[in-house]
Design a protein around this ligand. Structure first.
Ligand SMILES: C[S@@+](CC[C@H](N)C(=O)[O-])C[C@H]1O[C@@H](n2cnc3c(N)ncnc32)[C@H](O)[C@@H]1O
Length: 250
């Protein structure tokens, strides 16, 4: 499959990776499920970009009422084929517009998936859309990387992932500082195979996300450096929770 980068759309990531996602990203950190279950309670909760159910299925196994949406039918088909996956209601739709859904006790988005919305305006609108489907004291929880542009040299990066006798894997990326977008691909080469897993994203800094939350009438209540409630240090990842600002605090 070949995709010109200007043809990259919401379902492109899943088209390429659905058949390989679970072997590339096996399992889930138990403390992620612990924290989501604590914040989401009995639910209902909504996962944006539910994918193959890596997070949603163990969360539902805890008794949380989980709903999901995703732009990629092949990713969702993988989830539906797993034990418990068929019981989770999923809408095939773009996460930037949640009209008609909810209300939810928690909306969550993990694994940098919020950055799949490729411009600032769309991300701002998405915060508004999340706020509109939350219960008045509901929570919006996000796990994402903290941007670090020092990773790029002249706005590019090439990294060797692995070298074996019959397989070499590399990551290639180009960064556009004008709009904070990154076009990247993981490339796997062997005697009989060549595979590529393209991904495009538009990253936001945590401070920028807080401003988007404010514009949507929410404020930050918690920011950790990981799911074990590690202190947030400004590097690595962040796990952030925003809640609607009550009328009395506006
Ligand atoms: C990195 S995967 C994460 C899947 C799952 N949340 C997990 O943690 O394993 C990102 C998911 O978001 C979906 N996605 C990407 N852009 C989307 C969009 N604009 N609207 C809805 N889903 C989208 C992809 O199809 C994919 O399933």
């Amino acid at each position: 499959m070949v995709v010109a980068m200007d043809e990259y759309g919401p379902d492109t990531y899943g088209e390429f990776i659905a058949a390989h996602y679970d072997e590339r990203y096996p399992g889930v950190q138990p403390s992620m499920i612990d924290r989501l279950a604590e914040i989401g309670g009995a639910g209902p909760v909504l996962e944006l970009g539910i994918g193959t159910g890596r997070v949603a299925i163990p969360l539902a196994d805890r008794g949380v009422e989980v709903h999901g949406l995703d732009a990629s039918p092949p990713m969702v088909e993988k989830m539906k084929a797993k034990p418990g996956g068929g019981d989770i209601p999923v809408a095939i739709r773009n996460m930037e517009d949640l009209g008609g859904l909810g209300p939810f006790r928690m909306v969550y988005v993990v694994a940098n998936t919020f950055f799949a919305m490729l411009d600032q305006d769309t991300q701002v609108r998405a915060f508004g859309s999340v706020a509109s489907v939350l219960e008045p004291d509901g929570s919006f929880v996000m796990e994402a990387f903290v941007p670090d542009v020092s990773r790029f040299d002249r706005n590019q990066r090439v990294e060797v992932v692995s070298i074996d006798t019959d397989e070499v894997a590399i990551d290639v990326a180009m960064y556009d500082p004008r709009d904070q977008t990154v076009m990247a691909s993981n490339m796997v080469f062997g005697p009989d195979k060549q595979r590529q897993f393209p991904v495009k994203l538009r990253f936001s800094y945590p401070s920028e996300l807080d401003l988007m939350a404010r514009l949507a009438g929410m404020s930050l209540v918690e920011r950790w450096g990981g799911w074990d409630r590690e202190p947030y240090t400004g590097v690595g990842i962040h796990v952030s929770t925003w809640r609607p600002i009550g009328e009395e605090s506006r």
